[in-house]
Design a protein around this ligand. Structure first.
Ligand SMILES: [Zn+2]
Length: 542
């Protein structure tokens, strides 16, 4: 190999040295970088060929144990230090119509045309390029994949297409999402969700804050909501808001989750992330849920987070409540008018000091004369009535809890809006999910740990477009036999037939809105819930 490399280096230098003797330093560096890529690529090619020779020939197909046919196959790669082609034996099973290259496995090489080292650089570029501009790493991330391509070309001399970078980023993002889905599957089966090492406990505070919100993304099938969740320990340090002068327990290191999914699936995501932040251990005694008034949030918060011995405090974002007051004030007195402000401002103080009751009294006293005002008052009354329990601001303030959901709104902007809702963009759901998930990883400070799992080696199953396992359909028999809540649980969690509920049980469940179930709690008298999803979190986490 030494001889071969000597020849290669000699040839590479011979071709460029005359031109280098008259070049300025910028050109010199560029040309030498190119020569370096040729030489180092050649070195990797030869070392890999040596490795391939030492590998044993697989005797049989690992799937069907049938005979394997040996072929020689070349695989060109764009790498971190050079471009090269791996020449290696490839073993083909005619029965499975599938082949394997032992060298690829030995080298830890995943699918695609980019080497693992370069893949890591490319997937991380969003963050790096923004940080170089001295901005919040996520506030100004690029609108397209093109800047990543340019930066790789500029810094490493490696040439990639936009499409290659897109596929790579989406594949690695899909791997991150598959890891979350695997955790959710473990949670549904009642298995330990995370290893001991993966759990990030706060040592100095027993309070975990959870904020949930949604943001619309233009998908190929129309506008679709992505749900965003931000979690962080609260306190013991205090933070004083410079605008309002209010003091509350400060947010600790935050972590994010994001999914283009239905409410129930989002809550499983929240649950596994909360477990990762210490829920279910003695480290977390109180969970504070902060959100706007959206029903899908409050319907399930306690069911998913209220484990035995854990207090759940639900707080409606005060700024969202203000927006309802402004809608009424503007409708009554003219948008942006002084009279509108004179009506709104005292009520904001009342809400802060006494909760929703004085606001509802003030709304009831109004005698609107326009349809617009009638509507605004009606909306506000519904909102304040429905969320009155979540607006006990005097009590929350006394406990120094935050009453604004600014953290998750910032996550919505950084994770989703800054990247996915640029003008003219349309996304496939798996693509938007993968990119948003990758951004959440960066923002949660888990990038290095994620890369230790070798996400670039992940190959999605050949027959599945998305790494998320398909949702099994509910048979007619189940649909008729179970209350709606059971059908929902069955469809999402269960692969096995469910036991029939009695007609009496079914009738009771459907005649009133079903109360939120705690995980592991029994519904309808029969232990259906527990049997269906086969989970008993309360005994697992004790
Ligand atoms: Zn086979």
């Amino acid at each position: 190999m030494y001889k071969e490399m000597q020849v290669l280096v000699g040839e590479a230098l011979e071709a460029v040295v005359p031109a280098l003797l008259t070049a300025d330093l910028a050109t010199l560096e560029q040309r030498v970088q190119h020569v370096g890529r040729v030489i180092l690529g050649g070195l990797i090619e030869r070392v890999a060929a040596g490795q391939a020779q030492g590998l044993p020939r697989p005797a049989r197909c690992p799937a069907c144990h049938g005979p394997l046919k040996r072929r020689e196959r070349a695989r060109p790669l764009v790498g971190l230090v050079g471009d090269y082609t791996l020449h290696r034996p490839y073993y083909w099973c005619a029965a499975c119509k599938r082949g394997t290259a032992a060298l690829d496995a030995a080298l830890g090489l995943g699918p695609g045309e980019v080497s693992p080292g370069l893949a890591r650089v490319v997937a991380g570029l969003d963050r790096r390029s923004a940080a170089e501009r001295g901005q919040c790493p996520w506030a100004a991330v690029e609108a397209t994949f093109t800047p990543a391509v340019d930066l790789v070309q500029e810094a490493l001399g490696a040439t990639l297409s936009d499409e290659t970078v897109r596929r790579l980023a989406e594949r690695i993002g899909a791997t991150a999402e598959a890891q979350t889905q695997a955790a959710i599957t473990r949670a549904k089966r009642g298995q330990p969700v995370w290893t001991e090492d993966a759990v990030e406990r706060a040592e100095d505070t027993p309070i975990l804050a959870v904020e949930v919100d949604g943001v619309l993304v233009h998908q190929e099938a129309g506008w679709h909501e992505m749900k965003v969740v931000t979690l962080a320990p609260l306190g013991p340090e205090l933070h004083t808001d410079p605008d309002t002068g209010r003091t509350h327990l400060a947010w600790g290191e935050a972590s994010d989750g994001v999914g283009a999914e239905e409410a129930e699936d989002c809550w499983w995501r929240v649950y596994v992330e909360a477990v990762r932040r210490g829920l279910g251990t003695p480290a977390v005694r109180t969970v504070v849920v902060l959100a706007d008034g959206a029903r899908w949030i409050w319907e399930r918060a306690r069911a998913f987070l209220g484990l035995p011995g854990v207090e759940v405090v639900e707080i409606a974002d005060i700024y969202h409540a203000y927006s309802y007051l402004w809608a009424v004030g503007n409708a009554l007195h003219g948008a942006g008018s002084l009279r509108a402000a004179a009506w709104v401002e005292p009520l904001k103080d009342q809400l802060y000091q006494h909760g929703a009751t004085p606001v509802l009294t003030a709304l009831a006293a109004l005698r609107p004369t326009t349809a617009e005002a009638v509507q605004a008052i009606d909306d506000a009354r519904t909102y304040f009535t429905r969320n009155a329990a979540h607006m006990d601001d005097p009590r929350f303030v006394a406990r120094q809890l935050p009453i604004g959901s600014g953290a998750v709104e910032s996550s919505c902007k950084c994770l989703v809006e800054a990247r996915l809702t640029q003008a003219g963009m349309r996304w496939g759901i798996p693509g938007s999910q993968a990119i948003a998930r990758l951004r959440a990883l960066h923002r949660s400070g888990r990038w290095a740990a994620f890369w230790q799992t070798h996400p670039d080696q992940y190959r999605p199953p050949e027959d599945a477009a998305s790494p998320t396992p398909p949702v099994p359909a509910v048979s007619r028999r189940h649909r008729g036999a179970l209350c709606p809540r059971h059908v929902a649980m069955c469809r999402r969690a269960c692969r096995r037939p469910a036991r029939r509920a009695t007609s009496q049980t079914h009738a009771r469940s459907t005649s009133t809105a079903p109360a939120p179930l705690r995980l592991g709690e029994l519904c309808c008298g029969a232990p259906l819930y527990q049997q269906i999803i086969d989970i008993d979190v309360s005994s697992d986490v004790r």
